[in-house]
Design a protein around this ligand. Structure first.
Ligand SMILES: Cc1cc2nc3c(=O)[nH]c(=O)nc-3n(C[C@H](O)[C@H](O)[C@H](O)COP(=O)(O)OP(=O)(O)OC[C@H]3O[C@@H](n4cnc5c(N)ncnc54)[C@H](O)[C@@H]3O)c2cc1C
Length: 611
């Protein structure tokens, strides 16, 4: 391809989805113009670092360089062996996965990606290890990838033929009574905070801040999600309607940028980088080594409302959806209430809501009209299991010991011999452990849909969507109804401003058990995947008939999202792209549908812009 043709093609690049970009790159490379193409180095290439170079890196990181192997290798050789059987059993334990350098919490996504280990990994313990790895990758033109909790649905924390920085052991946590960011001495009052190593899991942060410290930090709902990945996603927890976006609670980060410099980013020092880290998406701007997050007063109580309601007919189900939507709009759209209602096929509504700042009597009072309405129509609806409201002291909500004692069905313990007693995860996230995704889509629903005039359209769209697949409304992942100061804080992040006036994030997805292509007897079920993907698409398309240009949550979204820049960041994208250009002009940090990834082939190895 001639240079002029190439420039014309390059101008069109942002409009093309990833796979087409990859073909375009390949075409260019075939076209004799290869010297203009910047490609990263793979094993077997002449420029792949020598054994001695790797050894030198190993010495620089004090022996923490690992030649990566995957437990799946045993399976590829002997898929029916007891050893392989054990591996697939263990793939249902998120702590087993999290402790393995070669695994990720999502095993793959049919038609999109499969989890593949890196060639080498630096199991970083300190910032200098990360600096050494970043410099080595840049100087040797390697594909660099970062993994914390390993929960990416998009496969952005793994890449074949790459060098991995694995932050698992950077998990120190310390509490501050009066934290002031570096350079912010004149600008900000001291405030209570917690500093967390980038590889820490949220449960460890909650254990330190809430169980032991009696305070609150805004993080994620899933206990095994990594702190750094979630903050860079924007991040929502069950109580985000009260405490806002997790990223908005970030006070300071230490981050190693592509030039190998460890920088402080806060509101006063490198504020542009700071803003980009808050919701700009993990793995795109640098490697975060430490985060400091504000902590708040802990409310006295947390609680939950759970139950399932079945309607005997489509007419009754429409009525149930209408009543649930009105009840939500009138009584629950405020800082007390979060989590989900799932409208399912089979005319079923599953309620799993949580609340904060209310006691048992107050919560019962809120739900009284809805329960009375249900009781008044006993022939229409079956409520099984019955609606239960439970309240517990907020301080024990994340205490593994208490949860195992008082709600043994709600948590699952790490079942490995000698596992730390505190390793638990919520039972209702168990289906996601090691899963293979068949489809996943999300959309922020504007609060205007709850206006009385608009509600019938929303109800009909929800009803229609359930004719194809289940649709969950995650109320805590939209900020409408949150306190004004939390909405203002979220506005000062890179997250799509659509979150600010969304009452919920609608999520529709499908998955199967752990599976890997090429491992006989453990391969993804392509038929089931195809059917589910088609149903999920139809279901979400029905709901989107009532939303114009819906935004989507970067970390819980469709791998194939064609409008990903608008969808994930909306009007913030140009500013985020400028931060990327400033701190990583050569694209060392490239992930699928991350900021600036439009300049790279789908596998992140070939630069599509002028070299
Ligand atoms: C079971 C499950 C439950 C979830 N629940 C929630 C939830 O309740 N709320 C919510 O908001 N989201 C939730 N998510 C989404 C989750 O927040 C994101 O996927 C998040 O990015 C995961 O972070 P991680 O460190 O665990 O994952 P990883 O896969 O390790 O990382 C995710 C991304 O961040 C990058 N990254 C990781 N560490 C660093 C670092 N130190 N520096 C720079 N980049 C880094 C990775 O390269 C990757 O691109 C959930 C996901 C799963 C699978």
């Amino acid at each position: 391809m001639k240079r002029r043709q190439f420039l014309n093609a390059a101008a069109a690049i942002p409009l093309l989805p990833g796979a087409e970009l990859w073909q375009l790159a390949a075409a260019r490379a075939d076209d004799g113009d290869a010297k203009q193409v910047f490609s990263r180095v793979r094993p077997g290439d002449a420029a792949w670092p020598s054994e001695e170079s790797w050894n030198k890196l190993g010495r620089a990181v004090e022996g923490r360089l690992i030649k990566v192997d995957s437990p799946l290798s045993a399976c590829r050789e002997a898929p029916e062996s007891p050893a392989c059987h054990e591996v697939f059993k263990a793939l249902r334990n998120p702590y087993y996965i999290g402790d393995h350098v070669g695994l990720t919490q999502t095993s793959g996504w049919v038609g999109a990606w499969t989890s593949r280990p890196s060639v080498y990994a630096v199991a970083a313990r300190k910032t200098d290890d990360v600096v050494a790895a970043v410099n080595f990758a840049r100087e040797n033109k390697l594909r660099l990838v970062v993994k914390g909790g390993g929960h990416s649905y998009q496969g952005t924390s793994c890449a074949a033929d790459s060098l991995l920085v694995w932050t698992r052991e950077m998990n120190a946590i310390s509490l501050h009574e009066a934290f002031v960011g570096r350079g912010c001495e004149e600008a900000q009052p001291p405030q209570p905070a917690v500093s967390v190593g980038a590889g820490a899991l949220w449960l460890a942060a909650y254990e330190a801040v809430t169980t032991r410290g009696g305070r609150y930090v805004q993080g994620g709902g899933c206990t095994t999600v990594g702190v750094a990945g979630l903050i860079q996603s924007g991040g929502f927890g069950s109580f985000s309607k009260k405490y806002g976006l997790a990223a908005a609670g970030l006070l300071e980060a230490e981050v190693v940028t592509a030039d190998g410099v460890a920088r402080i980013a806060n509101a006063c020092t490198n504020p542009d980088l700071f803003w980009g880290l808050k919701g700009g998406g993990g793995g795109s701007l640098g490697i975060v080594t430490r985060l400091t997050l504000r902590t708040r007063e802990l409310p006295q109580f947390f609680g939950a409302v759970v139950g399932t309601i079945r309607a005997p007919s489509e007419t009754a189900f429409r009525e149930l959806i209408a009543r649930a939507v009105s009840f939500y709009a009138d009584r629950l759209l405020n800082a007390h209430w979060g989590e989900q209602m799932r409208f399912g096929p089979g005319n079923k509504l599953e309620i799993s809501m949580v609340f904060q700042g209310l006691n048992q009597r107050q919560a019962e009072e809120v739900w009284k009209p809805f329960r009375e309405w249900l009781a008044a129509s006993p022939r229409d609806f079956t409520v099984e299991p019955p609606l239960r409201i439970v309240t517990l002291p907020a301080r024990i909500f994340w205490s593994a010991a208490f949860m195992k004692m008082i709600a043994p069905g709600a948590v699952v313990a790490d079942d490995r011999p000698h596992a730390p007693a505190g390793n638990v995860y919520w039972a209702d996230t168990g289906g996601e452990v090691g899963h293979v995704l068949y489809a996943y889509r999300s959309a922020w629903l504007p609060v205007s849909l709850l206006r009385e005039k608009e509600r019938p359209r929303l109800v009909e769209a929800l009803f229609e969507s359930t004719r194809h697949w289940g649709m969950s409304l995650h109320f805590n992942k939209g900020l409408a109804g949150a306190p004004a100061e939390e909405i203002a804080a979220a506005r000062d992040t890179a997250t799509n401003p659509a979150v600010l006036d969304a009452f919920a994030l609608a999520i529709c997805g499908a998955e199967g058990p752990p599976a890997f292509p090429g491992v006989k007897g453990h391969e993804p079920n392509l038929n089931a995947a195809g059917r589910a993907a088609s149903a999920v698409t139809k279901s979400m398309d029905k709901l989107l008939e009532v939303v114009d240009e819906a935004g989507s949550y970067v970390s819980e979204s469709d791998f194939f999202e064609p409008q990903w820049r608008r969808s994930f960041w909306g009007s913030n994208y140009p500013r985020l792209a400028a931060v990327k250009k400033k701190y990583d002009p050569d694209g060392l940090f490239t992930v699928h549908h991350g900021v600036g990834s439009e300049e790279w082939s789908a596998d992140g190895f070939t630069r599509l812009g002028p070299g």
